[in-house]
Design a protein around this ligand. Structure first.
Ligand SMILES: NC(=O)c1ccc[n+]([C@@H]2O[C@H](COP(=O)([O-])OP(=O)(O)OC[C@H]3O[C@@H](n4cnc5c(N)ncnc54)[C@H](O)[C@@H]3O)[C@@H](O)[C@H]2O)c1
Length: 341
């Protein structure tokens, strides 16, 4: 099977390319290398003889000229929620026009699609309501609601979230109109090696690298106590799931799943700090910023039941293992990685 992974030199794309190549698939990537860190990942892929097409996904003329693929895994996005408020053209072109172009290419070549969507399609207001009065989270949060694909996704959800939801809807329309076969994985936070994290995207790797390189961090929002909670999925668990999905894609298709670390792997920022201290052996200064962005949310934990039933899959690697694996990756590539953070 020939597979094209768009955004293939990004965090998810690179890990997935290496994983699927190791399972003997014929893997190609498409990436314009715009993301900080993608050039590093590109060198990793090159060593494994994975070819990258350096094309802007918004450029259909160039995309159309590529060979035919049996499957396109769309991992290409401007994936930072905050950036979507600042670079509105970029987020719209990459995330929405990009999906449209991939769909046109898939229609033409009769390729199947696996789309990486985001938990950010959900309504910010309704997520806020789960925690109630959340401006000052003084106490540790307990896992309350698990969020599935029935959760309210009315506005506001951020411009990033909008482009992901609109992409999901476009895919469903292409299915209805042209019989395109798809799987949508609506993912919560994903983390692991080869991620060049920032505060609003990839906070786990940012936390680890800041501990290793002794850089200052901040608890931002909800009183600055670090009690906000997210589930975090190890990238290896996601790769294993997508491999299972590919193997039986002729049996199970046209489905949308919520996918995350769920109860196996979740953390507050405060707890993440403790884990980073234990694993790296370093303690750094973390200051408090009481308020946060209008796009921030205090809590997200995924309901995996639907995807677990369909594929007999569940996440196996918890947050400690994630921090451990990121630490090993950084320590093994310290000099090369340093310049990207
Ligand atoms: N990482 C997460 O926690 C997470 C969570 C939920 C969903 N997702 C989704 O998973 C996918 C992969 O995310 P990621 O974390 O690997 O992001 P990433 O930023 O690491 O990777 C995206 C890649 O796309 C490339 N790219 C950006 N604009 C492009 C363009 N116009 N043309 C061609 N290439 C372009 C970048 O260079 C980068 O290598 C995205 O669709 C994202 O929305 C990620």
């Amino acid at each position: 099977m020939n597979i094209l992974i768009t955004g293939g030199c990004g965090f998810v794309g690179t890990n997935l390319s290496l994983y699927l190549k190791s399972k003997k698939f014929s893997v190609y990537t498409l990436d314009n290398l715009s993301r900080k860190g993608s050039k590093f990942n590109y060198t990793v892929l090159k060593k494994k003889k994975i070819k990258n097409f350096k094309i802007n996904i918004a450029n259909y003329k160039k995309l159309k000229g590529l060979r035919k693929f049996d499957l396109i895994i769309d991992c290409c996005a401007e994936a930072a929620v905050e950036v979507s408020r600042k670079k509105i053209d970029e987020v719209f072109n990459t995330n929405l026009v990009g999906t449209f172009n991939i769909l046109k290419k898939a229609k033409r070549d009769k390729s199947k699609i696996i789309f990486l969507s985001s938990s950010r399609v959900n309504s910010i207001k309704n997520i806020n309501k789960i925690i109630g009065n959340n401006s000052n989270l003084k106490k540790k949060l307990h896992i309350s609601k698990l969020i599935d694909d029935k959760f309210e996704n009315s506005r506001p959800k951020s411009l990033y979230g909008f482009t992901k939801l609109a992409s999901e809807m476009l895919i469903e329309e292409f299915n209805y109109a042209f019989g395109l076969k798809y799987i949508i994985n609506r993912c919560g936070v994903i983390a692991g090696p080869l991620q060049f994290g920032k505060q609003d995207q990839g906070f786990v790797s940012l936390w680890v690298i800041s501990h290793i390189m002794k850089k200052k961090l901040s608890y931002i929002g909800y009183g600055g106590h670090g009690n906000q909670v997210r589930d975090v999925l190890h990238i290896d668990d996601l790769c294993e799931l997508i491999h299972k999905q590919i193997k039986i894609i002729n049996k199970i298709y046209n489905k949308l799943y919520t996918v995350g670390g769920s109860k196996t792997s979740y953390t507050s920022l405060k707890n993440l700090t403790k884990i980073c201290q234990n694993i790296t052996g370093n303690k750094i200064l973390i200051d408090k910023k009481k308020s946060t962005s209008i796009y921030d949310i205090p809590y997200f934990v995924t309901d995996n039941r639907k995807v677990s039933r369909a594929y007999k899959w569940r996440p196996k690697k918890n947050i400690n293992k994630i921090v451990y694996d990121i630490t090993s990756w950084i320590n093994n590539n310290k000099n090369l990685i340093q310049k990207y953070f």
